[in-house]
Design a protein around this ligand. Structure first.
Ligand SMILES: *Cc1c(COP(=O)(O)O)cnc(C)c1O
Length: 210
């Protein structure tokens, strides 16, 4: 597990959703600082109970009415899946005089339940349009592959996302994070060029509820 947590080639976000404070402390005490949550209330609770040098990652779908609570607590929001949400994050960040690092979530799987922009909705990702959001720094992209045991499908989806990432990286400054890969597919993701993986069950064990 330490080869995943502490690897100079990529960042591992330890996804602690549903797991108790003590479990997080164990990983924190190894020297790990990046943790991911997908529910606002749980994030608030854990943020208030744990050391302040933890870098919290919001990885789940975020409703605009909860942005106010999340912005002060997080170091990176992975799950920006609409312009409405981007606007709301910008507005709250401005109030706090903060620049919030965000990833744009891309829908790369063929499962329609997944959130995210499609490739043809990314026209706003250019220097000029992003001036509308001065309190946001777009750091890269996030995507989730299909939940499939067919390695070829997963591989194809990660390569597709890496292709979009490479194109955008040419134009945007500070655009360098590609968040893809979870417990069951992170090796494929890393091979496809991921530099940030989000690992839950492989670190903390299976979750009993979502
Ligand atoms: C839960 C979750 C993960 C981690 O999933 P595991 O399969 O337990 O590694 C990663 N990313 C997102 C967006 C999640 O919701």
């Amino acid at each position: 597990m330490k080869d995943i947590l502490f690897n100079k080639n990529f960042t591992c976000v330890a996804v602690s959703k549903t797991k108790p404070i003590e479990d997080i402390e164990k990983i924190y005490n190894l020297g790990h600082k990046d943790f991911g949550e997908n529910k606002v209330q749980e994030l608030e609770l854990k943020h208030s109970s744990l050391p302040k040098d933890i870098k919290w990652h919001m990885i789940g779908h975020l409703q605009t009415n909860k942005v106010k609570k999340v912005v002060p607590l997080v170091s990176l929001i992975h799950s920006v899946d609409s312009l409405k949400l981007l606007k709301a994050i910008n507005k709250e960040s401005k109030k706090l005089n903060k620049i919030t690092d965000c990833l744009i979530q891309i829908n790369i799987s063929n499962e329609d339940s997944k959130y995210g922009f499609s490739k043809d909705q990314l026209g706003f990702l250019n220097k000029n349009s992003l001036k509308e959001y001065p309190n946001i720094r777009i750091r890269g992209l996030m995507g989730m592959a299909s939940f499939s045991s067919d390695k070829n499908i997963v591989e194809k989806e990660f390569h597709f996302l890496k292709g979009i990432f490479n194109e955008l990286k040419k134009e945007l400054t500070g655009f360098e994070i590609l968040s893809m890969g979870m417990s069951n597919d992170y090796e494929i993701a890393l091979e496809a060029g991921s530099n940030m993986i989000r690992i839950g069950s492989k670190i903390f064990g299976r979750r009993n509820y979502h």
